[in-house]
Design a protein around this ligand. Structure first.
Ligand code: S3P
Length: 437
C-alpha cells in the first residue's frame, strides 16, 4: 500500500516573486490524444507531467503510439493517423482523471478493437453515462457498471453522426462527442447550454481539422485528417488560481505568474476575483498555439463578498475550492448558485469544502447547487481533503489568512494536476511541511 501524504501549513506569510506553474491539464490531455491520431510527429513544450495527463500518455503508448519520455515538459508524439491505433493488451487505467476517461471513451467507441477503461476509487463513482448515452445513440457498443459507472467496456462499432444538445455545460462531453464524430460519415453538431472550455475545438483547428463554431453550436464532419504540429502548452490557470487567491488574501503579497493560459472560456476565476476587489494585472498578453496567454501580477487587496454571476460558473468550474477560500477571507457574504456540477468532481466539492470551512470556523450555508459563505476569522485545525487535489491545495493557501496551523490529510492526489506544488508554495512564502505515513 502506498504511503499517505499529509501537509502541515503554518499560519500567515505572503506570496512573492515570479513563478511559472505547470502546464495546462486540459490542453495536455488533448495534445496527447490529437498528436496520437495525427499524421506526422507532433513536438510539444510545456506538457503537464502530472499523473492525470501521464495516464493519457500511457494509454496511447499501450495502443502502439510512440511517445518520447517527457523531459521538462518537452516530448514528441509519432502520430499513427485516425485509423492507426492498435488494440491495447490490458485495461487502460485512467487513474483519477475524468477528462482522460471521458475523452478516450469517445475516441475508443469508434475503433475497430475492444477496450476497457478503469479508474481509481473516486473516478469509479463519477457519472460516465453523460458521455456513453449520446455515444450509444451514435451506435456505440458500451457496457457500464450499473448503467452509469466505470469500468467502461467498449466493443467495436461504426458510429453515426449525431445532433446533440448537451443537458449540462460540460467540455468533457463536448470533446468526447467531437472525437467520436471524427469517425462518422457525415456531420455532427453539438450544442452547449452555456459556453465551456473550447480547447478541443481550437486544437482540432490547430491540427488542420475543419470545424464550424456558431454561437453555442459546433459542427464537424467525419473522415478528415489531423496534421502534426508544434504545441506550446501554457501554464494552467487552474493551478495559478491557488496563487491568485493566496496573494489576494495575504497582506504584503506581490507575485507574478508567467505564461498563464488566458483562454476566455477559462478566466472566470480572474473575473470573479476582480469583482471581489482583487488587484490582478495582465502584464503581457500574447498568443501561443492558438491560445491566449499572459503574465499576471497579483498583489494583496482587501476582498469583499459578491453574488457570483451564474454565467461565470462554467468558466471557473475547477477554481471554486480556491474561490471559497477567497470568500472566507472577504468582508461580507459571497453567494454561489447554479454550481451543482461541483458535486460530481473528484469529490463532492461543495460538501468537502463546507466540511473544511466548518473546522476552520468559517460561517457558511450549504445549498444543493452552491453555498453561501460569510467572511470570518479563519482558525486552524485538521482537514480531510477527501483525496481531492484541489481541496488539498485550497486549504493550503487558506493558512495564509489563518490564526493557527492547518493540517491537510490525503494529499497524494495533488500530484495528479500539480507536481511540485509543495515546493513551489514554499519558495513563494508558505511554511509547509510534507509528511508520509
Ligand atoms: C475539463 C472539463 C471540466 C473540468 C475538468 C477538465 C476538460 O469538466 O472540470 O477538470 O478538460 O474538458 P466538465 O466537462 O465535467 O465540466
Amino acid at each position: 500500500m502506498s504511503l499517505k501524504q499529509t501537509f502541515k501549513v503554518e499560519p500567515k506569510g505572503a506570496l512573492q516573486g515570479s513563478i511559472r506553474v505547470p502546464g495546462d491539464k486540459s490542453i495536455s490531455h488533448r495534445t496527447i490524444i490529437m498528436g496520437a491520431i495525427a499524421e506526422g510527429t507532433t513536438h510539444v513544450k510545456g506538457f503537464l507531467e502530472g499523473e492525470d495527463s501521464l495516464a493519457t500518455l500511457e494509454a496511447f503508448r499501450a495502443m502502439g503510439v510512440v511517445i518520447s519520455e517527457p523531459n521538462n515538459g518537452s516530448l514528441n508524439i509519432q502520430g499513427v493517423g485516425l485509423h492507426g491505433l492498435q488494440a491495447p493488451q490490458h485495461d487502460l487505467d485512467m487513474g483519477n482523471s475524468g477528462t482522460a476517461m471521458r475523452l478516450l471513451t469517445g475516441l475508443l467507441a469508434a475503433q475497430s478493437f475492444s477496450s476497457v477503461l478503469v479508474g481509481d476509487e473516486s473516478l469509479s463513482t463519477r457519472p460516465m453515462n453523460r458521455v456513453t448515452d449520446p455515444l450509444i445513440t451514435m451506435g456505440a457498443h458500451i457496457d457500464l457498471e450499473e448503467g452509469r459507472l466505470a469500468p467502461i467496456r467498449i466493443s467495436p462499432a461504426q458510429l453515426e453522426a449525431i445532433n446533440y444538445e448537451m443537458p449540462v455545460a460540460s467540455a468533457q462531453v463536448k470533446s468526447c462527442l467531437l472525437l467520436a464524430s471524427l469517425y462518422v460519415n457525415g456531420s455532427s453538431s453539438i450544442t452547449e447550454p452555456a459556453p465551456c472550455r473550447n480547447h478541443t475545438e481550437l486544437m482540432l483547428q490547430g491540427f488542420g481539422y475543419p470545424l464550424q463554431v456558431r454561437e453555442n453550436k459546433v459542427e464537424i464532419k467525419g473522415g478528415g485528417k489531423l496534421k502534426a504540429c508544434d504545441i506550446d502548452i501554457p501554464a494552467d490557470i487552474s493551478s495559478a488560481a491557488f496563487f491568485l487567491v493566496g496573494a489576494s488574501i495575504a497582506p504584503g503579497s506581490d507575485l507574478t505568474l508567467k505564461h498563464v493560459g488566458m483562454n476566455p472560456t477559462r478566466i472566470g476565476v480572474i473575473n470573479i476575483l476582480r469583482a471581489m476587489g482583487a488587484n490582478i494585472e495582465c502584464l503581457r498578453e500574447y498568443e501561443a498555439g492558438g491560445e491566449a496567454v499572459a503574465d499576471i501580477r497579483v498583489r494583496y487587496a482587501p476582498l469583499h463578498g459578491i453574488t457570483i454571476p451564474v454565467e461565470q460558473v462554467p468558466l471557473a468550474i475547477d477554481e471554486f475550492p480556491a474561490l471559497f477560500i477567497a470568500a472566507a477571507c472577504a468582508k461580507g457574504i459571497t453567494t454561489l448558485s447554479g454550481a451543482e456540477e461541483l458535486r460530481v468532481k473528484e469529490s463532492d466539492r461543495i460538501q468537502a469544502m463546507a466540511d473544511g470551512l466548518a473546522i476552520l470556523g468559517v460561517r457558511h450555508e450549504v445549498k444543493t447547487d452552491g453555498i453561501i459563505i460569510t467572511g470570518s476569522t479563519i482558525s486552524g485545525g485538521e482537514i480531510d481533503s477527501k483525496g481531492d487535489h484541489r481541496i488539498a491545495m485550497a486549504f493550503t493557501i487558506a493558512a495564509l489568512a489563518a490564526e493557527q496551523s492547518i493540517t491537510i490529510l490525503e494529499c497524494n492526489n495533488v500530484a495528479t494536476s500539480f507536481p511540485g506544488f509543495a515546493e513551489l508554495v514554499r519558495t513563494s512564502g508558505i511554511d509547509i511541511r510534507v509528511s508520509e505515513s
